[in-house]
Design a protein around this ligand. Structure first.
Ligand SMILES: [Zn+2]
Length: 130
């Protein structure tokens, strides 16, 4: 995470910093946005970059907010070999904050890709219904 680009850094909670900066996965089923079904936009809690659309959110049953796809170019994938597993980490393309992981060939996702994202790493803005 690049502290110069993460302009919200001084507003983050300890839990958000732990996830965004230190890559600590939040406790499953704890996230406020897990069951959010409102239409709107999910953005990076670190820098505000818009990352995911509510239309791409789905119920995975894993306990973390789950998306079929990210907005093009807004996230980057990084190989993560921590915890003796080979996983692909998803980070914000702008500030480099940790967001979660991506898994491939997941049948419940309409794209086959499954973005498993920490709720604390996201801010949600409801769609303007005017
Ligand atoms: Zn960011």
């Amino acid at each position: 995470m690049d502290p110069k680009k993460a302009k919200n850094l001084d507003k983050l909670t300890r839990e958000q910093l732990a996830a965004l900066r230190d890559k600590v996965t939040e406790v499953p089923f704890s996230g406020e946005l897990l069951n959010n079904r409102l239409s709107g936009m999910y953005s990076c809690a670190g820098c505000g970059t818009q990352l995911f659309l509510s239309d791409d959110k789905f119920e995975s049953g894993t306990g973390w907010p789950s998306f079929d796809q990210a907005i093009e170019g807004r996230v980057k994938q990084v190989t993560d070999n921590s915890h003796d597993m080979e996983r692909i980490e998803v980070v914000c393309a702008n500030c480099g904050a940790h967001l979660g992981h991506i898994f491939e060939d997941v049948p419940i996702s309409k794209t086959g890709k499954y973005y498993c994202i920490n709720s604390v790493c996201l801010n949600f803005t409801a769609q303007d219904t005017k």
